[in-house]
Design a protein around this ligand. Structure first.
Ligand code: ADQ
Length: 755
């Protein structure tokens, strides 16, 4: 620590030394010239005094031409230690008398024109001398001049001494200031460190420990600022790492959080998709199905913990048969923990709201995947109607006036405002699962203001990435009269405040004790596909949607085979695509194109021992998908645009052997977290092809290194953390609102008393 404070002090001491040196450098010649001037003035006076003393006898001896007396007079005069020599010249400038020491080179020191006495400094070989002259006159005339020469070497000695003292003084000053600086800075450094350590201990450890000493007053602003920064950092750290180890973000942690922070609060969920679907089988029995969806897994954990009500579209063929007269069904069926409230839609409503406005309008609008959004007034009318229907269901189901309502996705952009109007105290959290485009792109929606107004009924509005959040803020800024606080990420609109945040969604980290070992999956899948055991496999699994980049993936496979012909017959891509929104023309034609391209590529390599593309357009059970994940060398996620993409994370979770490689589109939200994936631009076919080849030939050690880092992140940043952060934020806002209510009530009471 001493050396650090010493180093810091040096930064001050060195410039100080330079400055003092500079002062000395300027001061020494100044002092020299001053002392010289004083000395000359001193000698002038002496010369004048001496001249007037000598004048009288000298005149007498000169007139008498008494050389002996003059010599004696001169000899006695030069006894003075400073007077070095003297001489007498007559009016004809003839040197008549001089002391023995008088320098011959001086001759008769010429008289100036104005007749004044001259004096000057002259440098002789023996050193500098001061020369002065005085006229010797009687009353009538001048008959000669006395020249006095003083020794000046003492001035040089004096100047050398002065220089020595001045330099010594500055050196001493520098040492004194340096020592003082060192001591003071060392003490301040210690105090500073102690203060900072206290802040860090208090803030990082969140310990209740009292600081070791109160900060000194001059430290207070700094400590305050540091504390603020640490608060921010701490919050950020909590957000991005799940604080006490994300392993803690398990269902139990979410549950205890709900019990602590939202104790007794009612939770309602609204989504289009229901968590349990009852279907009538061909044999007439009713089967219950759980859709494979990250959203359902995440929100289910919340519902199991707080026993609320989930409102969703009853889309199963036996859904109506399984509800009570309030359209309620307790779920999960084997161990009911919460209520599923089903909302029924007519074919026309489903067509207009779901297929029409949501999936032909908003879906392509938000994804910008070069499919034109279609906006029809009739679809919009259905969308408004269905949003109203679901909002009414929320209002009807609410048992309190301030429930927590979790609204899922772009199907319900208008619902938050509708619920807010009926339940002003509700905490409405809306999560937008798809991207949010830039403001120009969003601007083509004919009902853009209505959509934004509807969404701003939310207390909290969540997106997957900061990029989507920012796009949303820009869009609101452009089309609505609001006040936006960019720093705090809040929108103030019509007297209400909406917090806009990014909550990257994830998966529940799986626990598959009975999952077959990787080698077994590797073998069985190849046997099942009828390809050799050492065949290389790529894997893709998506809903059959044009945003997922399936065609580009196939093109990348074809290009890879062109660039690396050694892979022909040695590699296949297994593409599983779940039929989705098949009633829509766009999706029907997309399926056609997918089938055609796969067939064309396979046709081109018909002679190979295995087809390059193995296409399966069907829904698969999660266990089957796990087996494919574990059996494949590479997983390809090539979305043209995707809010997050959970398939990428599911692949990582399935690879507990830390093998395999992930090719990931840069246009997915997941790419912001999974930096160790082989990130590609899916529109760049060669890039996709090379990344695929690189994944297939990646050394095991590199696979492990990348996998380990990505798996660790997904395990910690799991779906419970996603839900937990949203609910924590909601709890914080609710607490704040309760405090505000108390303050308002208190001040109203105060006013009444005053009145
Ligand atoms: P999706 O567009 O549906 O989700 P994604 O995140 O990949 O996209 O989730 C798909 C889910 O369906 C995964 O769990 C996957 O395993 C499953 N799945 C896909 N094909 C399947 C098949 N053939 N059989 C069975 N299951 C299959 C939207 C957004 C995403 C966002 C999620 C969650 O478009 O960007 O990540 O919501 O917010």
């Amino acid at each position: 620590m001493l050396s650090r404070s010493f180093k810091l002090s040096l930064r001050f001491i060195l410039p100080l030394a330079v400055l003092l040196g500079l002062f000395a450098y300027i001061l020494v010649p100044l002092m020299d010239s001053l002392t010289l001037r004083w000395s000359v003035r001193d000698l002038d006076n002496r010369s004048q005094l001496l001249a007037s003393t000598l004048q009288l006898p000298l005149r007498e001896y000169v007139q008498a031409n008494d050389r002996v007396r003059i010599k004696r007079l001169f000899d006695s005069a030069v006894q003075d230690e400073r007077l070095f020599a003297l001489a007498y010249c007559d009016s004809n400038e003839k040197l008549l008398y001089q002391s023995a020491s008088y320098p011959a080179s001086l001759g008769c020191w010429n008289e100036p024109a104005d007749g004044s006495k001259r004096r000057s400094l002259v440098r002789l070989p023996r050193g500098p001398v001061h020369v002065a002259e005085t006229q010797i006159r009687d009353d009538a005339s001048v008959f000669g001049r006395l020249i006095l020469v003083h020794d000046m070497s003492f001035i040089e000695r004096r100047s050398a001494e002065t220089t020595k003292y001045v330099l010594g003084f500055f050196a001493l000053l520098a040492v004194a200031i340096s020592v003082l600086t060192l001591v003071v800075s060392h003490l301040s450094w210690r105090g500073w460190l102690a203060g900072v350590k206290d802040v860090l201990r208090g803030q990082l450890g969140r310990s209740a420990r009292a600081p070791s000493a109160a900060p000194s007053p001059e430290m207070e602003p700094l400590i305050g600022e540091l504390r603020g920064l640490m608060e921010e950092y701490h919050e950020e750290r909590q957000r991005s790492s799940g604080e006490s180890g994300a392993a803690d973000w398990a269902p139990e942690k979410l549950k205890s959080l709900l019990q602590q922070d939202l104790a007794g609060d009612e939770v309602l969920v609204v989504s289009n998709r229901e968590p349990y679907i009852h279907d009538a089988a061909a044999d007439g029995t009713i089967r219950v199905r759980r859709p494979a969806s990250g959203l359902v897994t995440a929100v289910e954990a919340v519902m199991r913990a707080c026993s609320g009500t989930w409102i969703a579209h009853g889309a199963g063929s036996a859904d109506k048969e399984t509800v009570d007269r309030n359209d309620h069904v307790p779920v999960p069926p084997d161990n009911p923990r919460y209520t599923l409230r089903r909302v029924w839609l007519t074919k026309q409503e489903e067509q207009g709201y779901y297929y029409g406005f949501a999936n032909e309008g908003l879906w392509p609008l938000c994804h910008i995947a070069h499919v034109r959004p279609v906006f029809r007034s009739a679809d919009w009318a259905e969308y408004v109607k269905v949003n109203r229907r679901f909002a009414d269901a929320v209002i009807a189901e609410a048992r309190s006036d301030n429930p927590v309502v979790l609204v899922q996705d772009y199907h319900f952009a208008l619902l938050p405002r509708m619920v807010r109007e009926a339940l002003p105290k509700a905490t409405i959290i809306t999560f937008w699962h798809i991207p949010w485009p830039n403001s120009e792109s969003f601007g083509i929606c004919p009902w853009r203001e209505e959509i934004l107004d509807g969404m701003l009924g939310s207390t909290i509005l969540g997106f997957h990435t900061p990029f989507h959040r920012k796009n949303f803020l820009d869009t609101v800024d452009r089309y609505l009269e609001t006040r936006i606080e960019q720093e705090a990420s809040t929108i103030s609109y019509g007297g209400e405040l909406t917090q806009v945040e990014d909550y990257p969604i994830s998966i529940a980290w799986p626990d598959y004790p009975d999952l077959a070992p990787v080698e077994q999956c590797h073998r069985e899948i190849r046997d099942y596909l009828g390809v050799p055991r050492d065949h290389l496999l790529g894997f893709g699994v998506d809903r059959l949607d044009y945003t997922k980049g399936i065609l580009e993936r196939f093109q990348a496979v074809e290009r890879m085979l062109e660039l690396h012909p050694g892979m022909v017959g040695r590699f296949s891509l297994v593409q599983i695509a779940a039929p989705s929104r098949s009633d829509l023309e766009e999706y029907m034609s997309f399926e056609q194109r997918v089938r055609q391209l796969a067939a064309a590529i396979n046709e081109r390599y018909a002679g190979a021992s295995a087809p390059p593309i193995i296409l399966k357009i069907e829904h698969h059970e999660q266990e089957d998908l796990q087996r494919y994940f574990r059996a494949s060398e590479v997983c390809m996620v090539t979305s043209l645009h995707d809010g997050m993409n959970l398939v990428a994370k599911e692949y990582l979770a399935a690879r507990d052997d830390e093998g395999g490689a992930l090719v990931l589109s840069q246009f997915t939200g997941a790419a912001r977290e999974l930096h160790e994936a082989l990130i590609i631009n899916p529109y760049h076919i060669e890039q996709g092809a090379e990344a695929l080849y690189r994944g297939l030939t990646m050394p095991v050690s590199e696979q492990r290194e990348r996998m380990r880092a990505m798996r660790d992140r997904v395990r910690r940043f799991n779906v419970y953390r996603w839900a937990g952060h949203m609910l924590l934020d909601a709890a914080r806002l609710r607490k704040r609102e309760k405090v505000m209510q108390k303050i308002r009530a208190h001040s109203r009471g105060g006013l009444r008393r005053v009145g």
